[in-house]
Design a protein around this ligand. Sequence first.
Ligand SMILES: Nc1ncnc2c1ncn2[C@@H]1O[C@H](COP(=O)(O)OP(=O)(O)OP(=O)(O)O)[C@@H](O)[C@H]1O
Ligand SMILES: N[C@@H](CCO)C(=O)O
Length: 295
Amino acid sequence: MLTVRAPATSANLGSGFDVFGVALGTPADVIRVERAPETTISITGAGSEYIPEDPAKNTVGAVADALDAPARIRIDKGVRPSSGLGSSAASAAAAAVALNALYDRGRSREELVPVAAEGEALVSGEAHADNVAPALLGGFTVVTEDGVTQVDASVPVVACLPDISVSTRDARGVVPDSALMDDVVTTVGNAATLTVGMTRDDPDLVGSGMNDDIVTPERTKLITGYDQVREAALEAGATGVTVSGAGPGILAVCRRRDRRAIASAMVDAFDAVGVESRAYQTAIGQGATLYPDDS
Ligand SMILES: Nc1ncnc2c1ncn2[C@@H]1O[C@H](COP(=O)(O)OP(=O)(O)OP(=O)(O)O)[C@@H](O)[C@H]1O
Ligand SMILES: N[C@@H](CCO)C(=O)O
């Protein structure tokens, strides 16, 4: 039996829609796999009651198909589904690493990115790889049609997860078809600033490069209390705040010393609008970890 832990991720970071992603230190999914004549899936943990165990409907089943690697797969969910924290991608990335090792398929982590993205295609209709890339490679990732670029980073973050659901499919439905050239120019500048910030592990540059006036304003309308939570996080010291992935999670970038105050300000602000939430005080971290065979 093989065990793999794959982290939650936050895609977009505002200015990098469908391009940027980061791995988070916590939470994470853990997957255990054993060879079997056909794929079966059992699921425990956060939000497991909302996730289909049918391999034809689970991201992990799509990965097993893509690698031609049938297995008995047990998923322990640490990342709640429809969270904006890459729940479906965490499972897909973990399965890709685990099944690649279980069947000696010999694929590199980079080569596993499109494999894990097959799982995303199953649940959101598009094989976008901005969550699976950081879940596999760790750090900060840039996904384009030409492939993935990765840099290690360890910028502190708070990821606040309200007790409401927004499906990626719905959140993609509000993305505008076109954008004004002025907004595109501003967003390109912000994305470049953010990228430099990641290479320097600089929370100020990363935070100031997260603003986006094209996609994010449409998505914040789907998140009760977004404006209040953003304001509270900024007042508590966040250097930048945006929607995590497709939402409803909200990501705040900060200095390490401000994490606790920001987490509590975000939870209180959600509470004030009648929404329960949980905040993860973490940092950009590692990609999927394979643990030795423990059979
Ligand atoms: N292994 C899995 N883990 C989590 N969700 C899964 C899995 N397999 C299928 N799903 C389905 O995928 C959907 C959740 O994926 P979705 O992309 O909407 O959320 P997310 O991954 O948390 O968000 P985001 O991609 O915005 O970070 C749910 O409908 C869930 O049932
Ligand atoms: N880039 C994707 C990430 C969510 O899975 C989106 O924002 O729709």
